[in-house]
Design a protein around this ligand. Structure first.
Ligand SMILES: O=C(O)CCC(=O)C(=O)O
Ligand SMILES: [Fe+2]
Length: 735
């Protein structure tokens, strides 16, 4: 030993002290970092360069032991192990090493070897966890002169409990797959491959309806098998799979070959959410030293109860040649998953325990690094990539030569089960133009319908798209088109844009084609939308109309204008007449601002509609309304009267109306809470220039109404707008 000379064993307390004088406190390797944390690791360490071992005798002895270890660890014949000396560790009383995994410093590292040198000590037991099983290796009384060798797989969690007396001295070695290893897993048994093939065939054949965003039952696209051991980006490769993983993957690769599947290795990031019960005494999860009086373990103690949620993400894909692959969906669905070793048996790399949270109970989040063998029928690659990039998929399909219709059909069919979700997530308008273009090449009407489903009527935004639509209607007929538009106009979410603005252009394109099916569709669309717009107007009429607010009912009036414009574009005189009649009929009930807004929008909507409306009875009605506003004398500066119809039917309406129409500016009105609230609501809805507050005094409290001077400014602004509107309207032709 550099600095102190030769050591004899069993180690004497004097030599132990000397050893300690040349040692340094151990750092602790946590994945990529090296930390000094005496609460995790508290030992003395001596670097390999300072230690010289009597190689002549030790080398053959170690080689013999390595052969035994190789067999015991389950490495097959032909797979030799090399031991690389790592360090010498010295544990004095109280020193320990908390549960950890050794960082795999090279891809070839398969296990750790601990050689315990002869010395007297108690405590310091080594606990190793593998596949949910824990083994404790204790120093026995008579072992003072023994050399003990302990080896465990590199991904095992292990720990050393505090030494109680004496000193514990250990040499640690990294066990590597030997450079001369000729090991290749034996060819898998035919019976096994037969059985697995059947299971995989069934997996890829049975349609399920279980996936997010899926609209029709389809078999899982992939089979994802989680491996037993843990791997890092560096250590994951086809040639370096550990033990059982190597055998299993060899069998699965044989299956993949038989079923014409492609196969991959990938890293799997697993997150689990468990409910748990906190342990207050007794039962504990996690590591506790076997000796009860030793309480060095301060981790949370809990018992897992139910697995509530699992999400698995795959990344770092390697194809069968070991090349990187991208563009495959990362999330693994439960229907794709297979595993032999549950995560519970592994050590999570991160875990978060939420103690008692009132109603929520206790939960633990756990994250694991795992790896997976993934396979899928070669023909599924397209559908899988399309899930990540539907834009790419549509471009690929458009690039197919027109002669390859069967290829197009089969690829489109593969995309359909999830298409509504996949394509529905795209925003880009150009994507939808391509989608529509491609649909003209689809023969089957049902496929074409499902393919176009995500588009939505509001996206028919340019001439080329409308022309494609004409082609489709001609090909599949009006019935098909009506079904499509019924779906397209459903507005899946509240923020889906309205499609009525595009109706006029669409009707025009349909009618210009002169195809009977297209004309029939235009008529149907128009009548349907006209009805919807009328209903919307009737609904608005039932509501309290705002005072002198030209934009108060902009939505229903704009909708009606779109419909009238579409009817004009399609020269649909029936629809035009019907809508005009409806409006004239309703005009008595429409407040002047509403009516004027409607006319303004209609005249501005399109030249064709303007031409239709000029001189119409509607135009005359509008001119009368304008004149009525403009001819009325301006409000006198002390005139506080407000005339405005109130929609409500409550008993207080009378009093309120009387106050509004009176020259009075104020009203203090004791009212119970319910009636006060109702009146607040009525005044707000009517947008009246009246301040309304509650004086929190007396019983009942007092509703205070105060007419506001904005009465005068708002009225002036309104008259100015009406004036501008009058000059923008075409002159009424002389009768
Ligand atoms: O001292 C031991 O037995 C184990 C040491 C160890 O786990 C390590 O060095 O990583
Ligand atoms: Fe270790």
């Amino acid at each position: 030993m550099t600095g102190i000379g030769r050591l004899r064993f069993p180690l004497t307390p004097r030599d132990a002290r000397k050893l300690r004088s040349v040692a340094r406190p151990s750092p602790f390797g946590l994945r990529e970092q090296t930390l000094h944390d005496p609460t995790v690791r508290n030992t003395w360490e001596i670097a390999p360069g300072q230690v010289k071992i009597a190689t002549r005798r030790w080398k053959p002895a170690l080689a013999r032991h390595l052969r035994t270890l190789q067999a015991e660890l389950g490495f097959p014949e032909g797979c030799t192990l090399d031991a690389v000396f790592d360090k010498l560790l010295l544990y004095e009383p109280g020193q320990f090493f908390k549960p950890h995994q050794d960082s795999e410093k090279s891809d070839d590292m398969v296990a750790t070897l601990v050689v315990l040198l002869p010395s007297q000590y108690s405590g310091g037991t080594l606990t190793v966890e593998h596949r949910g099983e824990k083994k404790t290796f204790r120093r026995l009384e008579g072992q003072i002169k023994d050399l003990s060798l302990l080896a465990f797989y590199a991904d095992c969690t292990h720990a050393v409990s505090p030494v109680k007396s004496g000193v514990r001295v250990a040499l640690t070695y990294r066990l590597l797959r030997g450079a001369r290893s000729t090991y290749a897993p034996p060819p898998p048994h035919t019976d096994l491959v037969d059985q697995l093939t059947e299971a995989a065939r069934e997996h890829f054949a049975v349609p399920l309806l279980s996936r997010y965003g899926q609209t029709e039952p389809a078999p899982p696209e992939r089979l994802v098998h989680l491996l037993d051991h843990e791997y890092t980006q560096r250590s994951l490769s086809w040639d370096h799979l550990k033990n059982a993983d190597a055998l299993r993957v060899a069998a699965l690769r044989a299956v993949a070959e038989r079923l014409d599947c492609v196969c991959f290795l990938a890293l799997a990031e697993v997150h689990e959410l468990w409910t748990c019960e906190d342990d207050h005494q007794g039962l504990r999860y996690g590591y506790g030293w076997d000796d009860a009086e030793d309480d060095a373990d301060e981790t949370d103690a809990y018992t897992l109860t139910d697995l509530e949620e699992t999400d698995i993400e795959l990344h770092h894909w390697l194809d069968a040649e070991g090349k990187r692959l991208e563009g495959i969906p990362a999330l693994v669905g439960p229907e794709e998953l297979s595993l032999t070793r549950p995560c519970q048996d592994l050590a999570p790399f991160r875990s978060e325990h939420e103690g008692y949270q009132g109603n929520y109970g206790n939960t633990v989040d756990r994250w694991y690094h795992r790896a997976a063998f993934v396979m899928w029928p070669r023909s599924n690659t397209f559908a899988l990539k399309a899930q990540v990039s539907p834009e790419w998929a549509v471009d690929e399909l458009l690039a197919l030569p027109p002669a390859s219709a069967p290829a197009l059909t089969s690829r489109i069919k593969a995309l359909l089960p999830r298409w509504a979700h996949t394509a529905g997530a795209v925003e880009e308008p150009r994507f939808f133009a391509k989608l529509l273009k491609l649909s003209t090449r689809i023969k089957d009407p049902a496929h074409a319908h499902a393919w176009l489903h995500p588009l939505g009527a509001h996206r028919l935004q340019n001439q080329a798209m409308r022309r494609d639509l004409v082609t489709l209607v001609d090909k599949h007929g009006v019935r098909w088109a009506k079904d499509l538009f019924t779906e397209w106009t459903k507005r899946p979410t509240w923020d889906t844009p309205l499609w009525a603005p595009g109706l006029a252009d669409l009707c025009e394109a349909l009618c210009v084609s002169r195809l009977p099916s297209c004309e029939a569709l235009a008529t149907w669309l128009l009548d349907r939308e006209a009805k919807a717009a009328r209903e919307r107007c009737l609904t608005a009429l039932k509501l309290q109309q705002p005072w002198l607010d030209l934009d108060g009912f902009a939505e229903p009036s704009t909708h009606l204008a779109h419909v009238l414009a579409a009817a004009a574009a399609a020269s649909a005189s029936g629809c035009l007449d019907q809508t005009m009649t409806f409006l004239l009929d309703a005009s008595r009930r429409l407040s002047t601002p509403f009516f004027l807004h409607l006319m303004q929008t209609c005249f501005a909507r399109s030249p064709a509609l303007r031409a239709h409306l000029t001189g119409s009875p509607l135009h005359r009605a509008c001119a009368e309304r304008l004149a009525a506003v403009l001819d009325a004398p301006a409000r006198a500066p002390d005139d506080w009267r407000i005339v405005h119809p109130l929609r409500c039917t409550c008993t207080d309406r009378e009093v309120l109306s009387r106050f509004l129409q009176s020259p009075d500016q104020d009203l203090d009105w004791p009212l119970n809470k319910q009636r006060r609230q109702h009146l607040h609501h009525v005044l707000d809805a009517a947008k009246l220039p009246v301040l309304h507050t509650t004086l929190r005094q007396g019983s009942p409290q007092v509703l205070q109404l105060r007419k506001d001077p904005s009465l005068f400014t708002r009225e002036r602004a309104y008259r100015a707008r009406v004036k501008a509107l009058a000059s923008a309207l075409p002159a009424l032709p002389a009768r």
